[in-house]
Design a protein around this ligand. Structure first.
Ligand code: AP5
Length: 222
């Protein structure tokens, strides 16, 4: 199964990706996580994307599409994968079409996580991330058991530099200008599923599973 998670910053893509990964065993390919890992290791890729990410702008299409092409060529993607945060522009969507066509693979579904800007801002402002295992929390909606520390590994929780108010505003603006058009594009192709994401996390997960269970069953039929 090959799926794309689409939606504005803070819509809950990463949170739901972890649930999907657990249920269907699909590797999560988050371009944001790949870029942040590259920045952490100070690789040439990390140095080249740093300014874009810290200012809330999109990394150039060619760089992003090359990173995805390399990642989906890994053995763990042979049986399917989930793209979290890619594509975000029409050229990236075309690059994905070409990558899938070269492997004769269909795009099964684009899950569109729909939230208002107000909800997105509130979620991003309260997000805390574990520096060690990358788990996500929210100071109000999904707080850790011990404030400031990860439930899973005990690592310290920090705020992403791009979750500052000014950068959040910029990211939402960039989404409206460059990414929102993909909703209509994938709707036109008949692969878009809208998910009301301003509900509680478990309710959103139930909506996601209801859609993916059907696709999974269809794909597993001989
Ligand atoms: P990326 O890391 O992809 O960030 P994003 O798309 O802005 O998405 P987020 O990770 O901020 O939000 P999310 O939807 O995953 O929400 P989450 O589940 O964490 O990209 C970062 C940067 O990298 C970009 O700005 C760009 O520079 C670059 N980049 C990445 N991909 C690119 C591409 N394709 N092309 C070019 N550049 C690219 O949830 C948010 C918070 O809400 C959490 O605290 C969570 O606990 C809480 N929460 C989640 N769900 C719920 C719920 N249902 N109810 C209450 N709280 C909830």
């Amino acid at each position: 199964m090959i799926i794309v998670l689409l939606g504005p910053p803070g819509a809950g893509k990463g949170t739901q990706a972890r649930q999907i990964q657990e249920r269907y065993g699909l590797p999560q390919i988050s371009t944001g996580d790949l870029f942040r890992a590259a920045m952490g290791s100070e690789s040439p890729l990390g140095r080249s994307v740093k300014d874009y990410i810290e200012s809330g702008r999109l990394v150039p299409d060619e760089v992003t599409s090359a990173v995805v092409a390399e990642r989906i060529a890994q053995p763990d993607c042979r049986k399917g994968f989930m793209l979290d945060g890619f594509p975000r522009t029409l050229p990236q969507a075309q690059a994905l079409d070409a990558l899938l066509a070269a492997r004769r693979l269909p795009l099964d579904a684009v899950l569109y996580f729909d939230v208002t800007d107000a909800v997105a801002v509130e979620r991003l402002s309260g997000r805390r991330t574990c520096g060690r295992c990358n788990a996500n929390y929210h100071v109000q909606h999904m707080p850790p058991k011990k404030a400031g520390f990860c439930d899973r590994c005990g690592g310290a929780l920090t705020q992403r530099p791009d979750d500052q108010p000014e950068t959040i505003r910029k990211r939402l603006e960039v989404y409206a200008q460059q990414t929102r058009a993909l909703v209509a594009e994938y709707d036109r192709r008949g692969v878009l599923y809208r998910i009301a994401s301003d509900e509680a996390p478990e309710k959103v997960t139930a909506s996601v599973f209801a859609i993916l269970d059907k696709i999974w069953a269809r794909r597993s039929r001989p």
